[in-house]
Design a protein around this ligand. Structure first.
Ligand code: FAD
Length: 577
């Protein structure tokens, strides 16, 4: 719209033109009906509707709205207006165009907050069903986000709104891009997500591969294609735009307050009104959790897992898994895929696997988010905190294999650490992220210890084995990080993993601290059928940050269902969800 501003030509889009059910001519009528012309004239503030030339208008979308119980149901139209044609045919509208510009600026679009997998898929469903959507993202589009991540890795500059967690595509962009999921690989919903990814550029073999994987280099162009498709459908994308607050009246969400994060604080703040808000902010948006608490939104602490990230030479994992066949791997170019692993154990009371004191509760211990041929990366969003994860490129050709080794934590652990209330899990995470930053000595240097020294509880005094982590590692005793019960559970599970995968305990294996953001530490309570928040009407929490998904595919599926549920509420969709 800004392009055609003051040019008095091109197409202008007029939205939310209501025609009451009783006046609408129905399906058989082709073109712009007199009642629709009246609605257009009202927006243009043009006095005589019948004098407006119908040829200048074309219908883009028509949907039925029966939501407002006290009002007659109506059809809602979106119409494109050919400004030049209108002025040629009806020069008297000239005076009204300036006013129209003002009106166009007032058009309301539904805000979807967050462009991670859940936000993108909610957006896709809603816009394809006819909703008008604004996608709000605090971070940058992938092109600029790539530069910001480059500056982080090369010059230690952390942009608080554009990093490994925040930006187009969400946390899943600079990731390993594994598309494995525990929610049923062959279910229709997972297949729908996979096919959509193929449509936007993912290789077709992800539909049949037992362990589908994309890698960051494939995710970036895929997201660009996704963005272009949404733009073509009329979605307004607002990057560098952070939702700071919800606008709430009598427990109804009326819209969001947003600000431009690349302008001076406060200078770019404004409100966006709409009768529904999709919240797809991921689990690192701690400011959003705090804001929700302020509005008394139901937040329920939930179990998650914390631990360390272990890194081995990839060759070692290949030989552990493949023996002689390891020579065939050839850095991802051969037929034999780069080897990975997945390990799970239980430690604690009454479990035959337990021989050491791992505290008084049963814990699952497992490897998580294993990245063969990948690298360890910084996923902090605040410079005073330090947490890590793993990413890879499509060929998985790096020299290293990393994975989180984590144990489950629950309210018992939060209580023991004096972390209480709905944000107990967040405080618990933050505690160890701050401690890790201190132990690393600042500048995002990660505290590290060889596996053998961690098992022996002694500082690694000889030089550490090389690490893929680009911002540096510092020898530290990682026993000083977590409470003893968690540390012992980690020690014990590593010993058990070595029994399953002999060689896992190796002098070349390095532990990095900390891995704390394995999944959301809380759930934003919502109705299971409508996906609407149980605390605020018109708020639709979705994805990993809301506690309903873990991983790229499950977040996308949850966003998709949330989109359908909201479309149903808006009468854009009548089917079953
Ligand atoms: P997110 O992807 O976190 O997206 C939330 C978005 O909301 C972000 O873009 C954020 O900038 C935006 N946002 C937050 N607050 C605001 C606000 N106030 N205003 C505006 N925008 C806001 N999963 C896998 O399945 N496979 C993997 O291989 C894998 N590897 C990973 C590697 C790394 C390094 C990381 C960090 C994660 C990885 N994950 C992986 C996890 C996966 O990325 C997440 O499960 C998934 O992205 C969650 O999707 P989401 O849409 O719920 O949230």
């Amino acid at each position: 719209k800004s392009d055609i501003k003051n040019r008095k030509e091109g197409f202008w889009r007029l939205s939310k033109l209501g025609v009451p059910l009783s006046k609408d001519p129905g399906k058989d009528f082709v073109g712009v009906s007199p009642p629709l012309l009246e609605a257009i004239a009202k927006v243009l503030e043009f006095p005589v509707a019948s004098m407006l030339p119908q040829e200048a208008f074309s219908i883009v979308r028509k949907s039925f709205d029966a939501r407002k119980l006290l009002k007659e149901p109506e059809f809602v139209y979106t119409v494109d207006m050919d400004v030049k044609q209108l002025l040629e045919l009806e020069p008297r509208t000239w005076d009204f165009i300036d006013r129209l510009e003002y009106k166009v600026g007032q058009v309301e679009y539904m805000p979807i907050v967050g462009s991670g997998p859940s936000g993108l898929f909610a957006c896709l469903v809603l816009v394809e069903l006819g909703a008008e959507v604004t996608l709000i993202e605090r971070g940058q589009p992938v092109e600029q986000r790539g530069r910001d991540i480059g500056a982080l890795v090369a010059r230690r500059i952390l942009q608080s709104d554009s990093n490994f967690c925040f930006g187009e595509g969400g946390a899943g962009t600079w990731s390993d891009g594994k598309l494995v999921t525990r929610i049923g690989r062959n279910s229709d919903s997972v297949q729908a997500v996979m096919k959509t990814l193929v449509r936007f550029g993912a290789p077709i073999d992800i539909l049949i591969d037992g362990k589908p994987h994309l890698g960051t280099d494939r995710l970036i162009p895929l997201l660009r294609n996704f963005r272009h498709h949404l733009e073509e459908l009329g979605v307004i994308l607002k990057f560098s735009t952070r939702m700071d607050d919800l606008i709430v009246e009598n427990k109804n969400v009326l819209g969001v307050k947003v600000s431009n994060v690349r302008q001076d604080p406060g200078s770019g703040s404004y409100n966006l009104f709409y009768d529904a808000v999709v919240l797809a902010v991921g689990h690192s948006a701690r400011d959003v959790y705090q804001m929700l608490l302020h509005h008394n939104v139901g937040l329920i602490p939930k179990d998650f897992a914390v631990g360390l990230r272990i890194e081995h030479p990839q060759e070692l994992i290949n030989s552990m898994q493949y023996s002689a066949l390891a020579a065939e791997v050839r850095e991802g170019r051969g037929k034999v895929p780069v080897a990975d692993y997945k390990l799970v154990k239980y430690v604690g009371e009454g479990n035959s696997d337990t021989s050491s004191d791992s505290g008084d509760q049963t814990r699952s211990c497992y490897s998580f988010c294993m990245c063969p041929g990948g690298q360890v990366v910084l996923t902090s969003t605040d410079p005073s905190e330090l947490c890590i994860n793993g990413m890879s490129f499509s060929r998985r050709a790096s020299r290293w294999a990393n994975a989180a080794v984590v144990v489950t934590v629950s309210s018992n652990d939060f209580d023991a650490f004096k972390c209480h209330g709905p944000l107990a899990g967040v405080e618990f995470q933050r505690e160890f992220e701050k401690q890790a930053a201190l132990m690393g000595g600042g500048s995002f240097v990660v505290p590290a210890q060889t596996v053998t020294d961690f098992l022996d509880n002694k500082l690694s005094v000889t030089s550490l084995p090389p690490s893929s982590y680009r911002l540096g590692v510092k020898a530290a005793n990682l026993h000083n990080l977590y409470p003893a019960s968690i540390t012992q559970a980690l020690q014990h599970s590593i010993s058990m993993f070595d029994k399953e995968l002999p060689g896992f305990i190796s002098k070349d294996a390095l532990l990095h601290g900390v891995e704390t953001r394995t999944s959301a530490p809380l759930k934003i309570s919502r109705h299971s059928d409508t996906y609407e928040s149980t605390s605020l009407n018109r708020l639709y929490p979705t994805g990993e940050g809301a506690g309903y998904a873990g991983g790229i595919v499950s977040a996308a599926v949850d966003g998709m269902y949330c989109g359908f549920a909201l479309a149903k509420k808006l009468n854009l969709f009548q089917g079953d969800i």
